[in-house]
Design a protein around this ligand. Structure first.
Ligand SMILES: [Zn+2]
Ligand SMILES: [Zn+2]
Length: 226
């Protein structure tokens, strides 16, 4: 069994803090621009629809990353192994371990992944069209929160705020996530809201994608079957 991922170093922590600051600033700018651009009921309805679409897309996008890391390569793969794949595999060996991780260890990879996109958007200078702005804001917010929402679904006693959110059905719930950790270990990869899991399963999205990626030569080594 591969060793647990290396302990976090001062450099890792510094990079994570920088990524959190960049993402927080980027989301703040997007929220500010959105707030000032929505000046009619029609735009408000459109922005709300795109916020919802962005949040759903976050479920799909993070579900894809999760499925990929649970299915292909392993913890020793150069570049992506220790930093990206290892936390997913570790989570399957010990699902409760993530509940003991600090905020940066839990969410650092999400912030690092989103920081370049948000930096690019802010650097472009010109505000995005309202609907695109709303979509990107919700997508990025959902994506950076996904590991936290996943963690709450595993917490024996999540914070009161998390329980309220779970009771609304807006975020992943323990019941919705349970299927991911049960045989045949091939479903429930979406861990932001988990809304798309039944659709992905019905359409056999992951098994079909696995057939395509395997045909392209990617080595399969599934979590929970190592
Ligand atoms: Zn998994
Ligand atoms: Zn889990």
């Amino acid at each position: 069994m591969p060793e647990r991922q290396p302990r976090r170093t001062p450099l890792t922590i510094t990079v994570d803090l920088l990524a959190v600051a960049i993402v927080a600033a980027g989301l703040g700018i997007l929220a500010y621009r959105l707030w000032h651009a929505v000046d009619s009921p029609a735009l408000a309805i459109g922005a709300l629809a795109m916020l919802s679409a962005g949040y759903v897309m976050a479920d799909l996008l993070t579900g894809f990353v999760h499925w990929f890391c649970d299915t292909f390569f392993d913890e020793t793969t150069p570049l992506i192994g220790p930093a990206l794949i290892a936390p997913f595999r570790e989570h399957h060996r010990d699902p409760l371990l993530m509940t003991q991780h600090g905020f940066l260890e839990l969410t650092g990879s999400s912030f690092r992944g989103l920081a370049p996109l948000l930096m690019l958007i802010v650097w472009m200078g010109q505000p995005l069209p309202v609907h695109v702005n709303a979509f990107v804001f919700a997508l990025a917010t959902g994506a950076v929160c996904t590991n936290l929402l996943h963690r709450w679904a595993h917490e024996p006693a999540p914070p009161a705020f998390a329980r309220v959110l779970q009771s609304t059905g807006l975020v992943l719930t323990p019941v919705r996530h349970a299927r991911h950790h049960a045989p045949p270990y091939a479903a429930g990869y979406c861990v932001t809201s988990g809304w798309l899991n039944p659709i992905c399963e019905r359409l056999q999205i992951w098994s079909r994608a696995e057939a395509v990626f395997t045909a392209l030569g990617l080595p399969v080594s599934r979590a929970d079957r190592e």
